[in-house]
Design a protein around this ligand. Sequence first.
Ligand code: FAD
Length: 387
Amino acid sequence: MSGLTGSATGPSDAPRRNVPVWDEGEWRGLPQLQGDVTADVCVVGLGGSGLSALHELLDLGANVVGVDAGLVAGGAAGRNGGLMLAGVAAFHHDAAAELGSERATALYRLTEEAREREIEAGVGGVRRTGSLRIAADDAELADCRAQLARMEADGLAASWYSGPEGEGLLFPHDAVFNPLERCRQLAQRAATRGARLFERSPVRELHGTEVVTDGGRVSCGAVVVAVDGRLDQLLPELADSVRTARLQMLATEPTEALSLERPVYRRYGYEYYQRTPAGRVALGGFRDHGGEDEWTATAEPSAAVQERLERFLRDELKVSARITHRWAASVGFTSGVLPVAATLRGGVRVVGGYNGTGNLVGAVAGRAAARKAMGLDSRAWHLLGGD
Ligand SMILES: Cc1cc2nc3c(=O)[nH]c(=O)nc-3n(C[C@H](O)[C@H](O)[C@H](O)COP(=O)(O)OP(=O)(O)OC[C@H]3O[C@@H](n4cnc5c(N)ncnc54)[C@H](O)[C@@H]3O)c2cc1C
């Protein structure tokens, strides 16, 4: 497929290879960790979850260091669909069936609070648009009805929807944003508030009071690990709890062919798309069409899934605009509806494994881990299953 041979620098007509559509702005970059530093808390992972943890720690008056193996939001946090959906990845009725209504509703409410915090902070061009869950067939319509009934019974905002996108559910308070820009702004704000942040500093060893990278070492009172995909590589003891998968997207040049007021989440969330403020269509999904190959730590787009995305773009969405970006990233899947929230290695607080939907629940988890690292209680930590 010609698109997969495009260059990262994006000549003429070739899609930008493995560069997300969100990467429009300048990023000056952060230093590598060199030598020994001390901190109250070290946060490993500068995606949305780790940056939320950092801000919680700053709110609590901690002296903090943050390190990332690559660049800020170089993982899923800066390469995702940009949908800010309340709840965990599982639909509310499924979460309620596993956790009980009370706990699932409490978790949903926490993600709503996280969304309101994001909208108030105004980072990443966040816009409240609402979101749609559109059913792909009659069986899914029935599932939408079951979800709506559970949400109404639990007092959560949703209504039936029928419109040009199809039929399903409308969640009126959800939002969209540029996820990479959000993280870059959160990192800049954290640095302004006194956090010392380091990029290109992969962690090689860690335990409760020490984090070791190639170039330096952080001695600290506590450690937070906030890593979604490839968490099992950093902490092999979690290999039975979380599994890394690849998710893929593409984006087009600006087009009038698709008019969308709000993002769409379709076929049980396997597909998702939005129209960016610049008029580009950003479309992801079809992980299941890639089969076993998508259970990989490789974060490069593959022909099988990209071809399926392209077919959906052309045949279902009727968009013929040129494809300008194709990209992939890693996320973590757990065996249930909850992510990982664990304490390991003498007090390392670990969060990740959001089952493909982590923008809001990751922020909740990151802040919860930060509170625990400071020796404080956290209702969110307990709701997430943390010890
Ligand atoms: C294509 C795609 C589309 C998605 N769409 C949506 C969506 O629309 N809505 C939604 O809610 N969710 C979506 N998700 C999921 C969401 O992106 C993630 O759950 C979320 O961004 C995870 O953020 P994080 O900060 O927890 O982890 P990550 O983004 O994984 O960040 C962890 C950071 O840790 C760093 N790291 C890893 N190992 C080490 C190490 N050894 N040393 C130092 N640093 C390390 C990584 O470099 C990375 O920067 C999507 C994901 C993908 C891939």
